[in-house]
Ligand binder design. Sequence first.
Ligand code: SF4
Length: 303
Amino acid sequence: MVAVSSPGNSSPPLSGLHLLLTYQCTFECDHCFVWSGPFQTGTMTLDTVDHILAEAERLGTIEWIYFEGGEAFLYYAILRSGVLRAKAQGFKAGIVTNAYWANSEDDALEWLQPMAGSIDDLSISSDSYHGGIDGDSNPEIARAAARQLDIPVDFISVAEPETTGTLPPGESPVLFRGRAAELLASKVPPTPWQQFTTCPWEDLRNPQRVHVDPFGHLHICQGISIGNLLERPLAEILADFRPDEHPIVGPLLDGGPAEIVRRYELAHEDGYADHCHLCYLSRRSLRSRFPDVLAPDQMYGRA
Ligand code: SF4
């Protein structure tokens, strides 16, 4: 068993691999971390899925394989094979989707039936960004079909950026990275940059889940690579990961996004929408200095 942490560290090992099956999506949501959209590029082949599953099996600590994007159902044949193969290899399989395919309950059953019994979690995006709530009813249709097939199902909802105070039950806040940093950050009052002294959302020292994209980048947070799974074995990448020595994770652990600004003497505004806003814009300005780490272009708004 290989753990990300150093010897003697009792933190749980990496247990989840989230495959970004494609950067393409039917929607182009303002809050998207990964700049997905209809014209985005980058999709996994079945060979790549197989390679990742083999690496996950070899590591010995992975329990969950998630298929997400972008919109994973756009590449349905690869998604279906990936889910069935992951299950056959003993993993739990999850899918994240916007349910664009659920135009009627009969249709939704047709899409889900071939994977029924193999999906352990179906997470459906349902919020105003995805045309849900007051928009179309595809998420509700997909949920009803999943329940008919005994597929565990839930909704993912992101609150409007202007929402203040306690969020409505089941909603999570907008994090201002990726497209959200460009399009939504101006909707909230700025906080002085010096106050962003931690990463509040990711366990950067001992991640329990990481994302892997079609190009092999292993993302500890979207757009921060700790190695390439198509170039090196997963176990080797994790064993060699030294969080404090990583050019971006190191400063984040030392003093949050504010420390990235200080460490690299970056030009900055007085205030930012949240931790991720300062982190994302700082990283974007460092891409030419750390091209292998701050990758790929898709995570920074370029197809
Ligand atoms: S602060 Fe940076 S590393 Fe942490 S979650 Fe936000 S964007 Fe990711």
